[in-house]
Write a protein that binds this ligand. Structure first.
Ligand code: C2O
Length: 567
């Protein structure tokens, strides 16, 4: 196994799109950032050089960080943030994982421009893929373009001020010809293909706040992996991908030579405001016959996209994924040691104390919640992992996530919301440094229940440090008596993110066997910034012993400084 080394220089550069020069924070001057290409079993070392004005950490999204929580990249949870003009080296390995993952900044909203793909190939070469050898790998990163400062965007979200929208969607950093600047069309992403060849698309949704649908006119996808876990080959003409998710799909260039649009359309749940802009980007798949590209002849064919408010196509896509049951990895424990029922929703709290009577005005602030509690980082001078490991720091300020919400009601009926951003709520929403502790090896079941507050969004819940078995999903309210029977214990998809469907629920099971302090949060940046998060503390185990060696190198000179995201 090799050591793959990278240097990531984070800096601000000007980029011009839609007739406007915008200062963006990127790695090595690129958007998207560099691809990390490795073979399963390799080690990775990334020297991060922070030449930006922001505190930075990088999270290696989906990398399990087995016994290596210190490299997980969550500010003040696993490390001190890397201050401007400071460096830090991340070291981790990619053992037992194959497929596509990604890296992104884990501070404020900077991941909108600080992100890139991680491609992990099998150690025995392409012949050991459980599907026909692709001729070429093609990363497809769906992004969005924000003209406003991303640090400011984060502040606005935390203060209920946001009504901001991105000014466009992008594919591999390009807008495509649906956008123009004073009549001149923006460049689109171009994928040149040869007839008969097979392409492995490694699709990543890196945006802050929308699921996307992806289609290529005249072509089908065969989905072969999700979140770097193989799935039973699933053939479809549409891919649905939520923020944080990664999907690997084969595309065979088997259409008549010509041009075909590859279109990504944001799937936005119906919102009160019908003016919500349609976010769509497209690139082109061009066939080359012989040495001559056929562009310039007929215009590319466009795929027929679903309605931008169609949330059910996403529901079915996610429900159709099953795990490729060909390895020892897939041993679903038969029962759980602990069961949690977690509502994900919104609430409002008073800006000052608990004295405000009315919500929805300046006295109150909108927050996102789990079981009606909104997460805030503990006010500690050291990262939580360090406090946990050295048994120092004030761990008393942590609040245990309750097993259930404060009361049961019809969660998905818009008329019945006893808590939330409405007047007359029965249960006040609170803030807390939410944690949940698990014994090493505990089998944990979680039902995430969406609630009909505000826009009734879906919620892509992402767990650090572990993969989860996604056992079932449903629309409406979860009902154990009815729904446990639907659990797939044979070949459930194995994911690091589970999409809780709009006005619905999802059930997962995971084994808490990776000691450390791990974030679990909604991968909608808005929900996360507003507090839809909890920290899972997985205790050391008898077999792994004192399993968390402190990091070889601490970032120097950072002591005492930290960011407080929920400030
Ligand atoms: Cu990709 Cu904590 O996130």
């Amino acid at each position: 196994a090799a050591v793959v080394e990278h240097t990531f220089v984070v800096s601000q550069v000007n980029m011009t799109h839609l007739c406007k020069e915008t200062l963006v924070t990127v790695v090595n001057g690129q958007l998207p950032g560099p691809v990390i290409e490795v073979t399963e079993g390799d080690s990775v070392a990334v020297l991060l050089v922070n030449k930006s004005p922001y505190n930075i950490t990088i999270h290696w999204h989906g990398v399990k960080q087995w016994l290596n929580c210190w490299a997980d990249g969550v500010p003040m949870v696993t490390q001190r943030p890397i201050l401007p003009n400071h460096n830090f080296t991340y070291r981790f390995n990619v053992t037992g994982q194959e497929g596509t993952l990604w890296w992104h900044a884990h501070v404020t909203c900077l991941r909108a421009t600080l992100h890139g793909a991680i491609i992990i190939r099998p150690r025995d070469g392409a012949s050991s893929y459980p599907f026909p050898n692709p001729d070429k790998d093609v990363p497809i990163i769906i992004g969005e373009w924000w003209e406003m400062d991303l640090d400011e965007l984060d502040r606005r979200m935390r203060n209920s001020l946001f009504d901001d929208n991105p000014s466009g969607a992008t594919m591999n950093g390009k807008f495509g010809d649906l956008y123009n600047c004073s009549g001149a069309k923006e460049d689109g992403y171009v994928l040149n293909v040869e007839p008969g060849k097979t392409y492995l698309l490694r699709i990543i949704n890196a945006v802050l706040f929308s699921e996307y649908y992806l289609k290529i006119a005249g072509h089908k996808f065969t989905v072969v992996a999700a979140d770097a876990n193989y799935v039973n080959p699933y053939t479809t003409d549409i891919i649905s991908i939520a923020p944080g998710e990664t999907i690997d799909a084969l595309v065979v260039a088997d259409a008549p030579p010509g041009g075909y649009y590859i279109t990504a359309l944001a799937n936005q749940s119906p919102k009160p405001d019908p003016q919500i802009p349609k976010l769509v980007t497209r690139g082109t798949v061009w066939y080359s016959t012989g040495h001559v590209s056929s562009n310039g002849t007929a215009p590319p064919v466009a795929p027929e996209m679903p309605d931008q408010h169609d949330t059910m196509a996403s529901f079915y896509f996610h429900g159709n994924l099953t795990s490729l049951n060909d390895t020892q990895r897939l041993l679903v424990p038969e029962r759980a040691d602990e069961s949690l029922f977690i509502t994900v929703g919104l609430g409002s709290i008073c800006r000052r104390g608990q004295t405000c009577k009315r919500s929805g005005n300046n006295e109150s602030i909108l927050v996102a919640t789990m079981n009606n509690i909104s997460f805030q980082l503990p006010d500690m001078s050291m990262p939580l992992l360090e406090a946990h490991y050295y048994h120092t720091g004030d761990m008393d300020m942590l609040q245990e996530l309750p097993d259930r919400p404060p009361m049961v009601f019809n969660f998905t009926d818009r008329g019945l919301i006893p808590w939330g951003p409405k007047e007359g709520q029965l249960e006040p929403t609170s803030r807390g440094s939410l944690v949940r502790r698990f014994q090493h090896g505990a089998v944990v079941d979680i039902v995430f229940q969406g609630t009909a507050v505000m826009q009734s969004d879906s919620n892509p819940m992402h767990l650090h440090g572990h993969d989860m078995f996604v056992l079932a999903q449903g629309v409406g309210n979860y009902d154990a008596a009815r729904d446990v029977a639907k659990y797939n214990l044979v070949d459930p998809p194995v994911r690091n993110s589970v999409l809780v469907p709009r006005i619905g629920w999802a059930a997962i099971r995971f084994v808490a066997n990776n000691p450390g302090v791990w974030l679990m949060h909604c991968h909608y940046e808005f929900h996360f910034s507003m507090g839809m998060a909890v920290i899972f503390i997985v205790e050391d185990g008898p077999t792994v012993g004192t399993s968390l060696p402190p990091p070889p190198l601490e970032p120097a000179c950072n002591h005492g400084h930290h960011v407080v995201p929920n400030d």
